[in-house]
Design a protein around this ligand. Structure first.
Ligand code: FES
Length: 108
């Protein structure tokens, strides 16, 4: 998708603020058209201490059980800066933040 946006930028020569505004809106729109959810799972040392691995494995199992692997991408990330609230998960593109996860969150 990033390649598509790049082509649009090269194909047009911007003429003024209005053209820039339209380009910005088209890029934002492209970002929001992502059909696949991204689940960002903190695997920093703070979250690990709170048991992130068990929650992560439970979530993987639930995604597999529901056969939604094509709709959901799960990635481990580094520290989000909220270690005392771990384990932490963020769902994109919405940016929904889930602190203090427990294994039963995967059923929601
Ligand atoms: S280790 Fe997870 S927020 Fe810091």
């Amino acid at each position: 998708m990033a390649g598509e946006v790049g082509v649009a930028i090269e194909a047009e020569r911007l003429k003024g603020r209005e053209a820039l505004r339209k380009l910005r809106e088209s890029i934002r729109g492209a970002r929001h058209r992502v059909s696949r959810k991204l689940v960002s799972f903190c695997s920093g040392s703070g979250c690990k201490a709170y048991g992130t691995e068990k929650v992560y494995q439970a979530l993987l199992g639930e995604v597999e059980r529901q056969k939604i692997e094509k709709d959901v991408e799960i990635k481990r990330t580094g520290c989000h800066g909220f270690c005392e609230k771990g384990p932490i998960m963020v769902i994109y593109p919405e940016g929904i933040f889930y602190p203090q996860l427990r294994r039963n969150i995967s059923r929601r």
